[in-house]
Design a protein around this ligand. Structure first.
Ligand code: PEP
Ligand code: MN
Length: 362
């Protein structure tokens, strides 16, 4: 699999070949749904006033959780996107969930397509979209699947790549979870980070609107994304958010978006200052040294574990002794607290170590 992904990574087009994006972040903005020609055009006009915004988004077909809610205006909305394109310098994008959607978008000159989270989970639908895109040169953005499974996300990207699509990017919009939390979707940042590690040249875009689900979270989530090296943002923007027909709570006005984009701190991946470079190298050496020590300590710990395992076997003692495990966890978590470490983090680390230790003794 790794070899295939490396190949994919080598052949993905640079984002600059399909988006004039000399500044980070690249921004895709626009309403959750196209609702009326007036709403679409007025939102686009307000966004086009900012040089920060590169692409105008609007959902035409809306995958809603329940029926009898607004399910999008359908085909007519494609004419409104055409009008946006004619009037502003913005590229346009909308969500496609079937071969028919793709055909209609191609007929109406939509510039970029995106595959939504509820479609990425379904390999049949992704394949149908990929098949109809064979031989077509159009950028496609792939949202992560609703569930936290990197394989499905990669699979959708691979299916499009096999169909010949090279202008690809991934959108991180968070994952459904049964746990109550303040966000609408759990960010699970390690998943987009792992995607970036496996396919380094694939442009990555964060959608803080669907992660946060509420206006106040959009700025902090966007900042976290930039701090993690994510270079693009997709943000739902509506001329009158309170009256939006879908995702009203998470939409912001173009003015609020533009002010927010000005406040975001853009990190610099290239370190120009020699002194800072030297300091970084020194600190990294220290960290690597500690890491090597941790690995050595783990190896030593497992040696002792194997010895105790043998002793238990010889004397017919069970491998797992809950009292010992409970005491150990309690002591380690208390020690972690004293040292200013997050005790839940230390608990997770020791759960892994303990599971491995038990395995070694079986
Ligand atoms: C959207 O972008 O409006 C949308 C439906 O997103 P998602 O597929 O991430 O839920
Ligand atoms: Mn939405």
């Amino acid at each position: 699999m790794l070899e295939n992904l490396k190949k994919l990574s080598r052949s993905v087009s640079k984002i600059s070949t399909w988006l004039s994006c000399d500044k980070i972040p690249w921004v895709i903005a626009g309403p959750c749904s196209a609702e009326s020609e007036q709403q679409v055009i007025s939102t686009a006009r307000a966004l086009a006033r900012s040089a920060h915004v590169n692409v105008f988004r609007a959902g035409i077909w809306k995958p809603r959780t329940r029926p009898n809610t607004f399910e999008g205006v359908g085909k007519i909305g494609l004419e409104w996107l055409k009008a946006v394109r004619a009037e502003t310098a913005l590229l346009t994008t909308t969500e496609v969930a079937s071969a028919r959607h793709v055909e209609l978008c191609l007929d109406h000159d939509v510039d970029i397509l995106w595959v939504g989270a509820r479609t990425t989970v379904n390999p049949f639908l992704v394949q149908e979209i990929a098949d109809v895109l064979k031989g077509v040169d159009i950028p496609v953005l792939v949202k992560n699947p609703v569930n936290a499974e990197l394989g499905l996300w990669l699979g959708a990207i691979e299916r499009l790549h096999h169909a010949g699509i090279r202008k690809l990017a991934a959108i991180h919009r968070g994952f459904s979870t049964y746990v109550e939390m303040e966000y609408r979707n759990y960010p699970n940042w390690q998943i987009p980070i792992e995607l970036k590690r496996l396919v380094p040249s694939l442009p990555l875009i964060c959608d803080p609107s669907h992660i946060g689900g509420s206006r106040e979270f959009i700025e902090p989530i966007s900042q976290t994304a930039l701090d993690l090296g994510i270079e693009g943002l997709m943000i739902e923007t509506h001329i009158d958010p309170d009256r939006a027909l879908s995702d009203s709570r998470q939409q912001i006005t173009p003015d609020v978006l533009i002010e927010m984009l000005d406040r975001l701190r853009i990190r610099n991946a290239q370190i120009a200052d020699r002194h800072v470079k030297g300091q970084m190298a020194h600190l990294r050496a220290q960290i690597s040294h500690v890491d090597a020590q941790i690995i050595q300590d783990l190896a030593d710990r497992m040696k002792w574990v194997e010895q105790i395992g043998k002793l238990k076997q010889q004397h017919n003692i069970p491998v797992l002794q809950i009292d010992r495990w409970e005491n150990l966890l309690r002591d380690h978590m208390a020690k972690a607290c004293q040292l200013g470490l997050d005790s839940e983090f230390v608990k997770s680390v020791f759960e892994l170590i303990h599971a491995q230790a038990v395995k070694r003794q079986l």
